[in-house]
Write a protein that binds this ligand. Structure first.
Ligand code: HEM
Length: 458
C-alpha cells in the first residue's frame, strides 16, 4: 500500500529552495522540512546531495553512510550528550555520553545482562495487564498521551525496573526534562535563549530531585535485602519451606521481590569491576530516563498512523485478534518507519575526516562539526529496502533504526520491542476506536494530548 507521507505534496525542489535561501535561513528550512515533510525531502537528498553541509550542521542521508559513521564512535562522538548527562571533570556521568571506552563497554554489558531477555514474555504480560487496567477504568474515553502512553511505561519503571515508592507524576517530570534537554535542546534545535535556559534549569531541578530519590531508593532496597538475608540466617528452618512455597506459587524461588533495582543491588562485584553503589545508582536512574517519553511518543504516533488510515487499521485490528503477535508487531514496526520518534541521531566530529570516499558526494567533515545521521532516511533507502515508499510489514529487521545503531544502540531495545506493540495492541482491540483530535504537540517536541474514544462495554 502506498503511503501519502512519502509524496512530495507541494512538488517542491527542496535543494533549489535551499540553495536560493540566504545563509541564515537555510537551516531553518531544513528543520521545517525534517519536521513537516521529511520523506520527500530525504528522498531528494539521497538522490542528489546525500551529504548536505548546512551552516548549522551536516546531514547524512544514505543508509550506507549512516551505518558507516555510526560504527566510528571515536570519530563521530556523543560529546553533545556530555553536559546533559552529568559528565564533568570529577564525575563520569552516564554511559550514554561515553564513546567506546572502558566505562561504556563495562556498564552497557552489565546492564544488558541485568535486563535479561529471558524476562521478555513476563514483561509483555505485565504491559498487557497494565494496559487492560487503564482501559477498563477509562470507560471508552482517555487522553492517550498522559493516561496511557506515558502512564504504562511509568508503571513498568516502577514494577519491573523497581523505581517504586514515589509518584508516577514525579517519574514523568524527571524523565521529560532530561529527555527534552538531551535530545531537543542542542545548538541545531535553534531554541530561543529563554526556552534554552528554562529547559536547562528544569532539567537541573529534575536531576537534583531524581538524585535524592535514587539515593533513598537504594538505601531502602539495600536494607530490605539485608533484612531478608538476616531473617533467612536466623530462621533457617523456615527458609527452605518458604523458598519452596514461592517456587510453587510463582515459579521462582525468591523471597525478596525481583525487580531490576533489587537485582542490581543484590549482585556484588569485585572492586576491580568498578560497579559499586554510586555507579549502580546512575544506571538505575538511566532506566527511568530512557523509558517514558520514547515509548510514549512511539505509541502515540503509531496509534495515530493507523487511526488515520482505515484500510491499514482494519488489517491491524484483525492481526490484534491473533494469539501469535508476529504479524501485529511487524505492522507496528513498519508504521514506525514512517513516524519514528526522531528522524535522526546526532554526533559531533572529533577530528577532520573524509567520508563517502570515491563517491560523487565525497565530503570532508571538519573537527567540531555537528552531524545529523538521518536514520529515517536510511530506512527509506532503496539500497536496503524494496519499494521503500510502500507499507510492507515484515521487512528485514536489521535495517530498522528506531532504536539507533552501532555502539549506542538502545539499551532498552528488547523491552521496547515488546512494550510498544503490546500497548498499541490493547487499544486496537477496543471496538470502534477513534481519535477525537490529532496529537497535540503545542508546547514542544513531545506529544501532549491525544484524545481517543471507543465503544466501552459492547
Ligand atoms: C524501554 C526502555 C528504554 C531504555 C531503558 C532505554 C535506554 C537507552 C540507553 C541507555 C541508550 C544509550 C545506549 C548507549 O549509549 O550505548 C539508548 C539509546 C537509544 N534509544 Fe533507548 N531506551 C529505551 C527505550 C527506547 C525506545 C522506546 C526508543 C524508540 C522507539 C529508544 C530509542 C533509542 C535510540 C534511537 C537510541 C540511540 C541514541 C544514539 O545513538 O545517540 N529507546 N536507549
Amino acid at each position: 500500500m502506498h503511503i501519502d507521507l512519502t509524496d512530495n505534496r507541494h512538488g517542491r525542489n527542496y535543494l533549489a529552495e535551499y540553495d536560493q535561501a540566504p545563509d541564515d535561513k537555510k537551516y531553518l528550512l531544513v528543520q521545517r522540512w525534517m519536521k513537516e515533510e521529511p520523506l520527500p525531502f530525504f528522498a531528494q537528498l539521497r538522490a542528489e546531495r546525500p551529504i548536505l553541509v548546512t551552516p548549522q550542521c551536516t546531514l547524512v542521508a544514505r543508509h550506507c553512510d549512516v551505518v558507516d559513521l555510526l560504527l566510528m564512535p571515536k570519530i563521530f562522538t556523543v560529546d553533545l550528550y556530555k553536559s546533559k548527562m552529568g559528565v564533568s571533570d570529577d564525575d563520569p556521568g552516564y554511559l550514554m555520553a561515553h564513546d567506546d571506552d572502558a566505562l561504556h563497554y563495562r556498564e552497557k554489558s552489565l546492564m544488558q545482562g541485568f535486563l535479561n531477555r529471558e524476562d521478555l514474555p513476563a514483561v509483555r504480560q505485565l504491559v498487557k495487564s497494565l494496559c487492560q487496567q487503564v482501559i477498563k477504568q477509562q470507560h471508552g474515553r482517555l487522553d492517550a498521551v498522559n493516561q496511557y502512553c506515558r502512564y504504562v511505561p511509568a508503571r513498568l519503571v516502577q514494577d519491573y525496573f523497581g523505581l517504586d515508592g514515589g509518584s508516577v507524576d514525579d517519574l514523568l517530570r524527571w524523565s521529560l526534562w532530561n529527555q527534552y534537554d538531551a535530545f531537543h535542546n542542542q545548538p541545531f534545535d535553534l531554541n530561543p535563549p529563554e526556552l534554552h535556559h528554562k529547559i536547562i534549569s528544569e532539567h537541573n531541578k529534575a536531576s537534583a530531585e531524581l538524585g535524592k530519590y535514587i539515593a533513598r531508593l537504594l538505601v531502602r532496597k539495600s536494607i530490605a535485602i539485608s533484612v531478608d538475608k538476616l531473617k533467612n540466617q536466623y530462621f533457617n528452618l523456615l527458609y527452605y519451606p518458604r523458598l519452596l512455597w514461592e517456587y510453587i506459587r510463582r515459579g521462582k524461588p525468591e523471597l525478596v521481590r525481583d525487580d531490576m533495582t533489587t537485582r542490581i543491588l543484590k549482585s556484588c562485584f569485585d572492586d576491580e569491576v568498578q560497579f559499586g553503589f554510586a555507579r549502580k545508582g546512575v544506571n538505575i536512574g538511566g532506566l527511568l530516563i530512557g523509558t517514558i517519553e520514547t515509548t510514549a511518543q512511539a505509541v502515540a504516533q503509531t496509534l495515530q498512523f493507523f487511526l488515520e488510515r482505515p484500510a491499514l487499521l482494519q488489517e491491524l485490528q484483525s492481526a490484534a485478534q491473533l494469539e501469535d503477535t508476529y504479524a501485529f508487531d511487524a505492522m507496528v514496526w513498519e508504521a514506525l518507519r514512517f513516524v519514528p520518534i526522531a528522524p535522526y541521531v546526532f554526533r559531533q566530529a572529533s577530528v577532520t575526516s573524509t567520508v563517502a570516499k570515491g563517491t560523487f558526494y565525497e565530503t570532508e567533515i571538519s573537527a567540531g562539526t555537528q552531524v545529523l545521521l538521518l536514520t529515517q532516511s536510511a530506512m527509506f533507502d532503496s539500497y536496503s529496502h524494496d519499494n521503500p515508499d510502500e507499507f510492507l510489514a515484515d521487512r528485514n529487521w536489521y535495517h530498522h533504526f528506531n532504536f539507533g545503531f552501532g555502539a549506542h544502540e538502545c539499551l532498552g531495545k528488547y523491552v521496547g520491542m515488546v512494550m510498544i506493540p503490546e500497548m498499541v495492541k490493547q487499544l486496537m482491540k477496543q471496538p470502534a476506536l477513534r481519535a477525537e483530535a490529532p496529537i497535540d504537540y503545542r508546547n514542544g517536541p513531545f506529544p501532549e494530548h491525544y484524545p481517543l474514544r471507543w465503544n466501552a462495554g459492547s
